[in-house]
Ligand binder design. Structure first.
Ligand code: ATP
Ligand code: MG
Length: 770
């Protein structure tokens, strides 16, 4: 039979078909936006499985966001009506977590290790800085935590950091003490997940061989955004073929150099060229037909990106016809811009567009607030991605902290978060005593409680009792019951009931229960302890035979046990003996740390989509608004001084434009309130780089600056108040660790108004009820 004539291949163009049905060898697909890269990658997985070339367990596919990973699984689910659980599809961090859960012991981790998200990690660093007596003003914790993440992403451990001045010496000291602290508390941060995985695989050849033989096909989407550590990670699972040898695995990398937007966080476009060389790719596949966007939109994108000098070079064409012109709108103020946007969006919805097909993109999170309040006032449901994530809300973090303490009482970060929340009379002095005692004896806070004398010690003892009580009372309960019990018995529920604005917080705690419920259903975790996906270790995982180096045979199917030759216990006795069972609670807690704000709107609710351009990578919408197209904002002021920075901003703009299928709006405003400052902007240079013929100006062209602005006129075309440049924004383009699954722009998230959640819920209820 002809394996290229299967129904799932129908509709692919010849280049796509060739890419999908390539032989199992290293392949690089280099193609522009909307050319079907992700579709080709997904279809290839389906095709490989359907033609029996590989079982789901033999697939490893990495994407950049949780959202993308989920989408891929959904698409595969519709293409293939089979159980896909053995397949590894996820983000670098998610898959590293999965790997380390299976090999925690070998990796030197406690079985119930917990994951610190970016904020947890900063507060952990802060404690270290304090403990070391380093002056916080001169060595602030946030940059220190970035330095640690950078070091880890470069593969460096504390002793290996270059020291050239006082600050770098402090950073090295902090890094070392931070590592000790994490080890003591049984926690890992995001970068650690990857580095541990890489170090373990590089150290243990048998383990490496095992995974390399298991994963017959390794696939990576958005390859242009991999950083050094991720590339190294990839090489552990799929090493480049040795000279003169046939490639052992299919390695399938897809990417677009024009969409590389994480260079500021260490991503290396050069990895693409390196991959081609190192893996001896025989022919780089190019896809040149764009299936996403109408002609005018694509013209705009092509024109814009032609202004970049460092490109690998490819073309994009469409057969969709010119379509509508790209609409350009100028407003006097950000409020006027938001109002215009709301009117336009409402009109689109009236004309039949689903709200979820309308996206509002912006360069920086701080821009979303004005749009949010306009949408809210208009009663239009919307969903914000990558703002304050659900799992980052204070009340949710408090509840999670209690849950973590049940799992691991030595988790000092969680301990400190809730030891006196709700207030139980444990003062700062008592805590200081406790911290000192713990430090002096090298124990966790929980273990050091008895060292605190007097009344303070008694209150701490009561807290310990509380946590122990929670653990006992929740043993054997379902995840839902556990969370409900903890929220009540910890006193959190009563605390928020008594609080004036506590209602919304209570709702969010209810939402946490829903999130847990959804997690249980999605992951198929029942009431009983679940087996983690160490199925691949076969009988060895069941605890009978240890794995000795060189004795593994390739798995032929996901469910089929590995052939393991009986051997003397070697260094590779799998942790799975004791490690394959973790509680649904532990699984849910890692999920909570890894998951970005996917829970902000009810699933399936038809809502307008708000996100940064970074977060929009890989997605598509019928209608797209790109707002704030102003010099200093987009391109971002911190990137305007050097050509590398500017080219990255332009790639970002290219990503933004190419998200649109049918209609694209570009908008800018003469003045804008940002970070408490009114700023006066000129329109973005990117607007001038677009083909005039593809544009249609909605507002009168080039209206005078300063007119009709409620902010008054002053310094038209200039920044007003230079302090806005330094302030809280300085260093914004420094790498923010752990943001790759948080979809953050390189800026701190705007804090939504406190009334938003409840009000949004009301608006949603009103609109569905009507
Ligand atoms: P990006 O660079 O933005 O990630 P991409 O190259 O991954 O884009 P896809 O998202 O895979 O592109 O595809 C873009 C759109 O085009 C999708 O809606 C996809 O279903 C559609 N598409 C791709 N190939 C074809 C085809 N041969 N026939 C019809 N539609 C196609
Ligand atoms: Mg894609």
């Amino acid at each position: 039979h002809d394996a290229t004539a299967l129904p799932l291949l129908r509709g692919l163009n010849p280049e796509q078909l060739a890419a999908v049905t390539q032989p199992a060898e290293p392949a690089l697909i280099l193609a522009g936006a909307g050319s079907g890269k992700t579709r080709v990658l997904t279809t290839r997985i389906a095709w490989l499985i359907q033609t029996g070339q590989v079982s789901p367990g033999g697939i490893l596919a990495v994407t950049f966001t949780n959202k993308a990973a989920k989408e891929m699984l959904t698409r595969l689910g519709t293409l293939l009506p089979i159980n896909l659980r053995g397949m590894w599809v996820g983000t670098f961090h998610g898959l590293s977590n999965r790997f380390l859960r299976a090999h925690w012991k070998l990796a030197g981790l406690p079985q119930a290790f917990q994951i610190l998200d970016a904020t947890d990690s900063v507060s952990a660093v802060k404690r270290v800085v304090k403990a070391l007596g380093i002056p916080e003003e001169r060595c602030p914790p946030k940059p220190a935590s970035w330095a640690i993440a950078n070091a880890k992403e470069a593969g460096l451990r504390p002793g290996q950091l270059p020291i050239h001045d006082e600050l770098s010496r402090w950073h090295a000291e902090i890094y070392a003490a931070y590592e000790d602290q994490c080890a003591r508390e049984g926690v890992v941060d995001f970068a650690e997940l990857l580095l541990r995985t890489v170090e373990l695989l590089e150290r243990e050849p048998a383990l490496r061989t095992h995974y390399q033989q298991r994963f017959r096909h390794v696939l990576v989407d958005e390859f242009q955004d991999t950083n050094t550590l991720q590339y190294r990670w990839l090489q552990c699972f799929a090493p480049p073929p040795a000279r003169g040898e046939a490639p052992g695995q299919g390695v399938f990398a897809v990417g677009d150099d024009d969409q590389s937007i994480y260079a500021f966080r260490g991503a290396q476009v050069a990895n693409m060229a390196d991959f081609e060389q190192l893996y001896r790719v025989r022919q780089v596949v190019k896809l040149e037909r764009n299936y996403r966007s109408h002609g005018n939109i694509l013209d705009a994108a092509n024109h814009l990106i032609a202004n970049n000098s460092r490109r690998l070079g490819k073309n994009l064409r469409t057969e969709a016809g010119a379509g509508e012109p790209v609409r350009v709108q100028e407003s006097a103020t950000d409020f006027a811009e938001a109002q215009w946007l709301v009117d336009e969006a409402r009109q689109l919805h009236r004309e039949g567009s689903p709200r979820k097909e309308i996206a509002v993109l912006y360069r920086s999170n701080a821009q979303s607030r004005v749009v949010e309040s306009a949408l809210f006032n208009a009663g239009l449901p919307y969903k914000v991605y990558g703002g304050l994530r659900f799992f980052e809300r204070a009340e949710v973090k408090h509840a999670l902290a209690y849950l973590r303490l049940i799992e691991n009482p030595d988790d000092d970060t969680s301990f400190l978060r809730v030891v006196n929340f709700p207030a139980r009379g444990i003062g700062a002095r008592t805590l200081e005593q406790l911290v000192d005692a713990a430090r002096a004896s090298g124990r966790s806070l929980h273990q050091a409680i008895d060292a605190v004398p007097g009344k303070g010690g008694a209150s701490l003892g009561a807290f310990r009792k509380l946590v122990e009580g929670l653990r006992e009372a929740t043993a054997g309960l379902t995840l839902r019951e556990i969370i409900e019990h903890v929220v009540e018995a910890s006193g959190l529920a009563d605390h928020y009931r008594a609080e004036k604005e506590g209602e919304e917080r209570l709702e969010n705690l209810g939402e946490l229960v829903n999130a847990a419920e959804a997690f249980v259903t999605q992951e198929g975790f029942g009431k009983d302890a679940i087996a983690l996906p160490v199925d691949e270790l076969g009988p060895a995982a069941a605890g009978s035979a240890p794995i000795a180096p060189g004795t593994l045979a390739a798995p032929r199917s996901a469910d089929e046990p590995l052939a393991v030759a009986p051997a003397a216990p070697g260094p590779l006795t799998p942790d799975a003996e004791t490690g394959e069972i973790i509680s649904p609670l532990a699984a849910f807690l890692s999920h909570a740390s890894l998951e970005a704000g996917d829970n902000q709107a009810q699933a399936g609710e038809d809502a307008i989509q708000l996100m940064t351009v970074h977060a929009a990578k890989g997605l598509e919408f019928d209608q797209v608004f790109i707002t704030g197209l102003e010099e200093g904002l987009f391109p971002h002021e911190n990137a305007m001084s050097d050509s590398d920075g500017l080219e990255e901003e332009r790639r970002l703009m290219y990503v933004a434009i190419t998200r649109a299928r049918k209609r694209l709006y570009l908008s800018f405003s003469q003045s804008r309130m940002l970070h408490g400052q009114v700023r006066y902007h000129v329109k973005s240079r990117f607007l001038d780089e677009l083909p005039e013929g593809a544009l249609k100006w909605l507002s009168p062209r080039q209206a005078g600056f300063g007119h009709g602005s409620p902010y008054g006129s002053g310094g038209a075309g200039h920044w007003r108040g230079d302090s806005g440049r330094s302030g809280g924004d300085s260093g914004r383009r420094e790498r923010e660790p752990g943001a790759s699954w948080g979809h953050r722009a390189s800026e701190a998230p705007a804090t939504p108004p406190s009334w938003l959640g409840a009000a949004q819920a009301q608006a949603a209820a009103a609109s569905t009820g009507a």
